[in-house]
Design a binder for this molecule. Structure first.
Ligand SMILES: [Zn+2]
Length: 70
């Protein structure tokens, strides 16, 4: 009987052990593969920049709001 070499790696998304015989290798599942693709496609910068803009907009409107009240 020939010995089958099974390489084991950890899923980069959830750290679950994945065999190289797995159809979704190096990911444990199709879901983790999609999560990884989404990380590269959207990127953290794309998500963080509108949040920063919103925070700045709130800060800018704060002094105006207090002036109109007083
Ligand atoms: Zn996974």
């Amino acid at each position: 009987m020939p010995r089958k070499r099974t390489l084991k790696l950890r899923c980069p998304i959830c750290k679950k052990v994945v065999k190289n015989t797995d159809p979704d290798f190096p990911f444990c599942s199709d879901r983790c593969r999609i999560i990884d693709l989404g990380k590269w496609a959207s990127g953290a910068y794309v998500i963080s920049s509108p949040v920063t803009d919103a925070e700045e907009a709130i800060r800018e409107s704060d002094p105006e709001d207090s002036e109109s009240k007083s």
